[in-house]
Design a protein around this ligand. Sequence first.
Ligand code: UT7
Length: 321
Amino acid sequence: MTAKIAGIGAYVPERIVTNDDLAKIVETSDEWIYSRTGIRERHISTGEGTKELATEAARRALLASGVRPEDLDLIILGTSSPDHNFPSDACGVQAALGAVNAVAFDISAACAGFIFAMNIVQGFFMAGVYKTALIIGAETLSKVTDWGDRSTCVLFGDGAGAAVLKSSEDGGILDMVMGADGTKGSALSCTSRTLGNFLLGTAPQTGFMAMDGQEVFRFAVRKIPESVELLLKKTGISRQEIKYYVLHQANERIIEAAAKRLGEPMKKFPTSIARYGNTSSASIPLLLNEMQGRGMLEKGDTLILSGFGAGMTWGAVLLEW
Ligand code: UT7
């Protein structure tokens, strides 16, 4: 049995923040941001939390799939910006949906979160443990963004994407790869917020995101082609059979570099980064949802989804739509 996407949905907060808006709060410009990243604007929450974004995306995915909340066995939410340390946002989503029969938990794999969630579901389905699952990538990174740091605050956006997966005898996920390299963890990190420790006399920590952009860039440009090549080798599927490569939307230059290394044309790499920025775990389902809305996906299409992010983590899935 494999995991097959039965429905997809997405949701972003209403408020759009353009590059020109950001140029009013830090020393930057639309020209710098667009030419270095491909980003024009992003959606930023004005109060909705990760759980609210996730729940709305999930509702839309359920509607598209025809699956009722009570039919779900499993809910996995990939996020790096949960509303609470505990309880998990996945449990909050379960309650909001009334998915009374589902076990629910969050996973922390940063921008690879949606891919990791998909692969965990595939494992449960292959083992025959569960049959119907909801996976979500949802972020409100705006709350851990240092709005005075121009090297990171121009990159990220808030949003959520979700997919309902059903156990299937054919199609769906054909193979997957996942990896992690904790030795490079400091390249992209966000410490916990604390009020300090009265015993040690340590100071409070603000808990903002910090990134070595160039290191992450190099890592991504190496890891994406590597995992795609590995998947093609494992499955014996040729590049010609891949209709689209749906990559994590972190930087258009990363996507172009990966396409070049793979020797594939950019038309096989759809993007949505211009409108959403980097929405971390939400970027892949957000893009898939747009592609479906535009009629770009047909039953039987072969796709590769690929994500990478803090950890460092990476993962890719080869699937039949
Ligand atoms: O989901 C995974 C998350 N992260 C990523 O994937 C990020 C991967 N990395 C990147 O996308 C790129 O490294 C960035 C877009 C973050 C940066 O682009 P870059 O071409 O690597 O620029 P840089 O860091 O080398 O900075 C070049 C210059 C610096 O000035 P000096 O030292 O040359 O005078 C920066 O201070 O650009 C300056 N700079 C800015 N200027 C205007 C940095 N941020 C900005 C800004 N506006 N927002």
